[in-house]
Write a protein that binds this ligand. Structure first.
Ligand code: SF4
Length: 320
Protein backbone atom coordinates (compact mmCIF):
# COMPACT_ATOMS: atom_id res chain seq x y z
CA UNK A 1 0.00 0.00 0.00
CA UNK A 2 1.37 3.44 -1.01
CA UNK A 3 1.64 6.23 1.47
CA UNK A 4 -0.84 8.27 -0.51
CA UNK A 5 -3.33 5.46 -0.50
CA UNK A 6 -2.83 4.93 3.19
CA UNK A 7 -3.35 8.61 3.87
CA UNK A 8 -6.46 8.63 1.69
CA UNK A 9 -7.84 5.57 3.47
CA UNK A 10 -7.05 7.02 6.90
CA UNK A 11 -8.70 10.30 5.96
CA UNK A 12 -11.75 8.48 4.65
CA UNK A 13 -12.08 6.45 7.82
CA UNK A 14 -11.64 9.59 9.91
CA UNK A 15 -14.31 11.33 7.91
CA UNK A 16 -16.69 8.43 8.24
CA UNK A 17 -16.08 8.33 11.98
CA UNK A 18 -17.02 11.99 12.17
CA UNK A 19 -20.22 11.33 10.22
CA UNK A 20 -21.04 8.40 12.37
CA UNK A 21 -20.59 10.49 15.50
CA UNK A 22 -23.15 12.88 14.04
CA UNK A 23 -25.71 10.16 13.63
CA UNK A 24 -25.23 9.51 9.96
CA UNK A 25 -25.90 5.91 9.24
CA UNK A 26 -25.67 5.70 5.45
CA UNK A 27 -23.26 7.41 3.08
CA UNK A 28 -23.73 7.22 -0.70
CA UNK A 29 -20.55 6.21 -2.48
CA UNK A 30 -20.03 6.22 -6.17
CA UNK A 31 -19.02 2.95 -7.74
CA UNK A 32 -15.89 4.46 -9.10
CA UNK A 33 -14.87 5.51 -5.61
CA UNK A 34 -15.52 2.04 -4.36
CA UNK A 35 -13.58 0.60 -7.25
CA UNK A 36 -10.74 2.98 -6.55
CA UNK A 37 -10.78 1.98 -2.93
CA UNK A 38 -10.89 -1.66 -3.80
CA UNK A 39 -8.67 -1.35 -6.87
CA UNK A 40 -11.20 -3.21 -9.03
CA UNK A 41 -13.11 -1.89 -12.07
CA UNK A 42 -16.77 -1.20 -11.51
CA UNK A 43 -19.48 -1.14 -14.13
CA UNK A 44 -20.63 2.49 -14.52
CA UNK A 45 -24.32 1.57 -14.62
CA UNK A 46 -24.22 0.04 -11.24
CA UNK A 47 -26.11 1.96 -8.63
CA UNK A 48 -23.97 3.32 -5.81
CA UNK A 49 -23.97 0.89 -2.99
CA UNK A 50 -24.57 2.52 0.34
CA UNK A 51 -21.94 2.29 2.91
CA UNK A 52 -23.58 1.24 6.08
CA UNK A 53 -22.60 1.91 9.63
CA UNK A 54 -25.26 -0.37 10.72
CA UNK A 55 -24.10 -3.38 12.47
CA UNK A 56 -23.15 -5.93 10.04
CA UNK A 57 -25.79 -8.43 9.52
CA UNK A 58 -25.57 -11.06 12.05
CA UNK A 59 -23.98 -14.09 10.76
CA UNK A 60 -26.35 -16.74 9.95
CA UNK A 61 -26.87 -18.62 13.08
CA UNK A 62 -24.84 -21.65 13.20
CA UNK A 63 -27.02 -24.59 12.87
CA UNK A 64 -27.97 -25.71 16.27
CA UNK A 65 -26.25 -28.80 17.08
CA UNK A 66 -28.65 -31.48 16.67
CA UNK A 67 -29.05 -33.08 19.97
CA UNK A 68 -28.39 -36.65 19.93
CA UNK A 69 -31.66 -38.36 19.98
CA UNK A 70 -32.65 -39.08 23.45
CA UNK A 71 -32.50 -42.65 24.19
CA UNK A 72 -36.00 -43.78 24.15
CA UNK A 73 -36.59 -45.82 27.20
CA UNK A 74 -37.91 -49.14 26.42
CA UNK A 75 -41.60 -49.16 26.76
CA UNK A 76 -42.63 -49.88 30.27
CA UNK A 77 -44.14 -53.23 30.22
CA UNK A 78 -47.77 -52.92 30.89
CA UNK A 79 -48.54 -54.04 34.38
CA UNK A 80 -50.00 -57.42 34.42
CA UNK A 81 -53.72 -57.18 34.29
CA UNK A 82 -55.19 -56.97 37.71
CA UNK A 83 -56.66 -60.23 38.60
CA UNK A 84 -60.31 -60.20 38.05
CA UNK A 85 -62.03 -59.68 41.36
CA UNK A 86 -62.80 -62.99 42.76
CA UNK A 87 -66.33 -63.17 43.86
CA UNK A 88 -66.45 -64.31 47.45
CA UNK A 89 -67.36 -67.85 47.65
CA UNK A 90 -70.93 -68.20 48.64
CA UNK A 91 -71.24 -68.91 52.28
CA UNK A 92 -72.43 -72.40 52.38
CA UNK A 93 -73.28 -73.52 55.82
CA UNK A 94 -71.42 -76.66 56.55
CA UNK A 95 -73.49 -79.72 56.65
CA UNK A 96 -74.45 -80.30 60.23
CA UNK A 97 -72.34 -83.39 60.45
CA UNK A 98 -69.09 -81.53 59.73
CA UNK A 99 -68.63 -79.38 62.77
CA UNK A 100 -65.35 -80.85 63.77
CA UNK A 101 -62.69 -79.55 66.04
CA UNK A 102 -59.70 -81.15 67.57
CA UNK A 103 -60.67 -82.59 70.92
CA UNK A 104 -59.70 -80.46 73.86
CA UNK A 105 -57.72 -82.00 76.65
CA UNK A 106 -60.00 -82.75 79.56
CA UNK A 107 -58.99 -80.51 82.45
CA UNK A 108 -58.24 -82.00 85.81
CA UNK A 109 -61.12 -81.89 88.25
CA UNK A 110 -59.71 -78.99 90.23
CA UNK A 111 -58.86 -77.03 87.11
CA UNK A 112 -62.28 -77.70 85.67
CA UNK A 113 -64.08 -76.51 88.79
CA UNK A 114 -62.03 -73.33 88.89
CA UNK A 115 -62.49 -72.72 85.18
CA UNK A 116 -66.21 -73.36 85.46
CA UNK A 117 -66.51 -70.96 88.38
CA UNK A 118 -64.64 -68.30 86.45
CA UNK A 119 -66.79 -68.88 83.37
CA UNK A 120 -69.95 -68.65 85.44
CA UNK A 121 -68.82 -65.36 86.96
CA UNK A 122 -68.16 -63.95 83.52
CA UNK A 123 -71.61 -65.00 82.31
CA UNK A 124 -73.34 -63.62 85.38
CA UNK A 125 -71.66 -60.26 84.80
CA UNK A 126 -72.24 -60.26 81.05
CA UNK A 127 -73.99 -57.24 79.58
CA UNK A 128 -73.42 -57.85 75.88
CA UNK A 129 -77.14 -57.79 75.03
CA UNK A 130 -78.47 -54.56 76.53
CA UNK A 131 -82.12 -55.34 75.83
CA UNK A 132 -81.85 -58.72 77.53
CA UNK A 133 -79.87 -57.28 80.41
CA UNK A 134 -82.59 -54.69 80.91
CA UNK A 135 -85.33 -57.29 81.10
CA UNK A 136 -83.67 -60.34 82.67
CA UNK A 137 -84.10 -61.22 86.30
CA UNK A 138 -80.96 -63.30 86.33
CA UNK A 139 -78.51 -65.03 84.07
CA UNK A 140 -79.32 -68.74 83.68
CA UNK A 141 -75.89 -70.27 83.34
CA UNK A 142 -76.60 -74.02 83.46
CA UNK A 143 -77.07 -76.82 85.93
CA UNK A 144 -75.80 -80.31 86.62
CA UNK A 145 -72.65 -82.33 86.72
CA UNK A 146 -69.65 -80.42 85.37
CA UNK A 147 -68.07 -83.77 84.45
CA UNK A 148 -71.24 -85.25 82.93
CA UNK A 149 -71.06 -87.79 80.12
CA UNK A 150 -74.41 -86.60 78.77
CA UNK A 151 -75.22 -82.94 78.15
CA UNK A 152 -78.52 -81.45 76.99
CA UNK A 153 -78.58 -78.16 75.11
CA UNK A 154 -81.69 -76.01 74.88
CA UNK A 155 -82.29 -72.63 73.31
CA UNK A 156 -82.92 -70.03 76.04
CA UNK A 157 -84.49 -69.51 79.43
CA UNK A 158 -88.22 -68.92 79.57
CA UNK A 159 -90.10 -66.98 82.17
CA UNK A 160 -89.86 -69.74 84.82
CA UNK A 161 -86.16 -70.26 84.21
CA UNK A 162 -85.56 -66.52 84.39
CA UNK A 163 -87.34 -66.46 87.74
CA UNK A 164 -85.55 -69.49 89.21
CA UNK A 165 -82.14 -69.08 87.57
CA UNK A 166 -82.11 -72.70 86.36
CA UNK A 167 -82.71 -74.07 82.86
CA UNK A 168 -85.66 -76.34 82.07
CA UNK A 169 -87.74 -75.88 85.20
CA UNK A 170 -91.07 -74.95 83.55
CA UNK A 171 -93.53 -77.43 82.02
CA UNK A 172 -91.10 -78.30 79.21
CA UNK A 173 -88.37 -78.74 81.79
CA UNK A 174 -90.55 -81.11 83.77
CA UNK A 175 -91.05 -83.16 80.61
CA UNK A 176 -87.29 -83.27 80.12
CA UNK A 177 -86.76 -84.27 83.72
CA UNK A 178 -89.18 -87.17 83.25
CA UNK A 179 -87.34 -88.32 80.15
CA UNK A 180 -84.00 -88.13 81.92
CA UNK A 181 -85.54 -90.25 84.68
CA UNK A 182 -86.82 -92.73 82.08
CA UNK A 183 -83.23 -93.10 80.94
CA UNK A 184 -82.32 -94.21 84.44
CA UNK A 185 -80.54 -90.92 85.17
CA UNK A 186 -81.15 -87.82 87.25
CA UNK A 187 -80.70 -84.15 86.49
CA UNK A 188 -77.75 -84.11 88.84
CA UNK A 189 -75.97 -86.70 86.70
CA UNK A 190 -76.27 -84.84 83.42
CA UNK A 191 -75.58 -81.24 82.49
CA UNK A 192 -78.25 -78.93 81.08
CA UNK A 193 -77.41 -75.64 79.42
CA UNK A 194 -78.85 -73.23 76.90
CA UNK A 195 -77.41 -71.47 73.89
CA UNK A 196 -78.67 -68.18 75.35
CA UNK A 197 -78.08 -67.45 79.02
CA UNK A 198 -80.63 -64.64 79.36
CA UNK A 199 -84.33 -64.78 78.68
CA UNK A 200 -85.25 -63.22 75.33
CA UNK A 201 -87.21 -60.09 76.12
CA UNK A 202 -90.80 -59.66 75.00
CA UNK A 203 -91.38 -55.91 74.89
CA UNK A 204 -95.01 -55.00 75.35
CA UNK A 205 -95.86 -58.52 76.52
CA UNK A 206 -96.32 -59.56 80.10
CA UNK A 207 -96.41 -63.26 79.32
CA UNK A 208 -94.94 -65.69 76.88
CA UNK A 209 -91.54 -66.34 75.49
CA UNK A 210 -89.92 -65.80 72.16
CA UNK A 211 -87.15 -67.73 70.44
CA UNK A 212 -83.74 -66.11 70.51
CA UNK A 213 -82.56 -64.27 67.44
CA UNK A 214 -79.55 -65.52 65.46
CA UNK A 215 -77.61 -62.46 66.60
CA UNK A 216 -78.38 -63.09 70.25
CA UNK A 217 -77.34 -66.71 69.92
CA UNK A 218 -74.16 -65.83 68.08
CA UNK A 219 -73.29 -63.38 70.85
CA UNK A 220 -73.90 -65.82 73.66
CA UNK A 221 -72.90 -69.20 72.22
CA UNK A 222 -69.22 -68.82 73.22
CA UNK A 223 -70.33 -69.36 76.82
CA UNK A 224 -71.97 -72.64 75.84
CA UNK A 225 -68.98 -73.67 73.78
CA UNK A 226 -66.73 -73.01 76.75
CA UNK A 227 -69.03 -75.12 78.93
CA UNK A 228 -68.88 -77.96 76.41
CA UNK A 229 -65.11 -77.66 76.21
CA UNK A 230 -64.81 -77.89 79.98
CA UNK A 231 -67.32 -80.71 80.46
CA UNK A 232 -66.27 -82.70 77.37
CA UNK A 233 -69.41 -84.88 77.52
CA UNK A 234 -69.39 -88.11 75.57
CA UNK A 235 -72.78 -87.29 74.07
CA UNK A 236 -74.63 -84.06 73.33
CA UNK A 237 -78.39 -83.93 72.84
CA UNK A 238 -79.72 -80.77 71.19
CA UNK A 239 -83.32 -79.96 72.01
CA UNK A 240 -85.08 -78.30 69.08
CA UNK A 241 -84.27 -76.27 66.00
CA UNK A 242 -83.13 -73.16 67.87
CA UNK A 243 -80.62 -75.12 69.90
CA UNK A 244 -79.28 -76.67 66.71
CA UNK A 245 -79.16 -73.30 64.98
CA UNK A 246 -77.31 -71.80 67.93
CA UNK A 247 -74.79 -74.63 67.98
CA UNK A 248 -74.17 -74.71 64.26
CA UNK A 249 -74.56 -71.00 63.53
CA UNK A 250 -77.13 -71.38 60.78
CA UNK A 251 -80.79 -72.30 60.52
CA UNK A 252 -81.55 -75.96 60.78
CA UNK A 253 -84.72 -77.80 59.91
CA UNK A 254 -85.08 -80.02 62.90
CA UNK A 255 -87.21 -82.58 61.06
CA UNK A 256 -84.35 -82.97 58.60
CA UNK A 257 -81.70 -83.81 61.17
CA UNK A 258 -83.63 -85.27 64.10
CA UNK A 259 -82.56 -88.80 65.02
CA UNK A 260 -79.28 -88.60 63.02
CA UNK A 261 -75.94 -88.64 64.72
CA UNK A 262 -73.94 -85.54 63.94
CA UNK A 263 -70.61 -84.32 65.15
CA UNK A 264 -70.09 -81.16 67.17
CA UNK A 265 -66.50 -80.23 67.95
CA UNK A 266 -65.60 -83.89 68.03
CA UNK A 267 -68.54 -84.91 70.21
CA UNK A 268 -71.44 -87.08 68.97
CA UNK A 269 -74.50 -84.85 68.74
CA UNK A 270 -78.07 -86.14 68.63
CA UNK A 271 -80.69 -83.56 67.54
CA UNK A 272 -84.22 -84.15 68.76
CA UNK A 273 -87.42 -82.22 69.29
CA UNK A 274 -87.75 -79.67 72.08
CA UNK A 275 -89.81 -80.93 75.05
CA UNK A 276 -92.21 -78.01 74.61
CA UNK A 277 -93.00 -79.35 71.13
CA UNK A 278 -93.64 -82.77 72.64
CA UNK A 279 -95.98 -81.12 75.15
CA UNK A 280 -97.83 -79.25 72.43
CA UNK A 281 -98.23 -82.43 70.41
CA UNK A 282 -99.28 -84.53 73.37
CA UNK A 283 -102.98 -83.89 72.98
CA UNK A 284 -102.92 -83.85 69.21
CA UNK A 285 -103.25 -86.83 66.95
CA UNK A 286 -99.81 -88.29 66.52
CA UNK A 287 -98.62 -86.83 69.81
CA UNK A 288 -97.47 -90.22 71.02
CA UNK A 289 -95.49 -90.72 67.86
CA UNK A 290 -93.59 -87.49 68.52
CA UNK A 291 -92.87 -88.57 72.08
CA UNK A 292 -91.70 -91.92 70.79
CA UNK A 293 -89.41 -90.23 68.28
CA UNK A 294 -87.77 -88.24 71.04
CA UNK A 295 -87.53 -91.35 73.15
CA UNK A 296 -85.85 -93.25 70.34
CA UNK A 297 -83.30 -90.45 70.09
CA UNK A 298 -82.65 -90.77 73.80
CA UNK A 299 -82.38 -94.55 73.47
CA UNK A 300 -79.73 -93.96 70.83
CA UNK A 301 -77.92 -91.65 73.25
CA UNK A 302 -78.11 -94.32 75.95
CA UNK A 303 -76.69 -96.89 73.54
CA UNK A 304 -73.88 -94.52 72.59
CA UNK A 305 -73.05 -94.06 76.26
CA UNK A 306 -73.20 -97.80 76.90
CA UNK A 307 -76.03 -97.42 79.39
CA UNK A 308 -78.11 -100.53 80.04
CA UNK A 309 -81.48 -100.49 78.25
CA UNK A 310 -84.24 -102.73 79.54
CA UNK A 311 -87.05 -104.15 77.42
CA UNK A 312 -89.43 -101.92 79.30
CA UNK A 313 -87.41 -98.91 78.37
CA UNK A 314 -87.21 -100.03 74.78
CA UNK A 315 -90.98 -100.14 74.55
CA UNK A 316 -91.82 -96.79 76.13
CA UNK A 317 -94.37 -94.69 74.21
CA UNK A 318 -95.12 -97.33 71.66
CA UNK A 319 -98.80 -97.31 72.55
CA UNK A 320 -101.03 -95.35 74.84
S1 SF4 B 1 -77.63 -63.48 76.52
FE1 SF4 B 1 -75.52 -64.15 76.84
S2 SF4 B 1 -74.29 -62.67 75.74
FE2 SF4 B 1 -76.31 -61.74 76.02
S3 SF4 B 1 -76.15 -60.60 77.95
FE3 SF4 B 1 -76.93 -62.62 78.46
S4 SF4 B 1 -75.09 -63.81 78.99
FE4 SF4 B 1 -74.41 -61.99 77.86
Amino acid sequence: MSDAYAQLLAATIQHLEVLKSRGVRHVPVRPETLAALAGTPVKPAARPAPLSFAAPPAPAPAPRPVAAPRPVPPPTPAPPPAPAPVAPAPVVPPPPSVVVRAPVAIPAAGDRAAAFAELRQRALACVQCPNLVASRRQVVFGVGNEAAELMFVGEAPGVEEDAQGEPFVGPAGQMLTKMIGAMGLSRAQVYIGNVLKCRPDTPGQKFGNRPPTPEEMATCVPFLQAQIDLIRPRVLVALGASAMAGLLGHPVKITGVRGRWLDYRGIPLMPTFHPSYVLRQQEAAGGLAVKRQVWEDLLAAMAKLGLPISDKQRNYFLKA
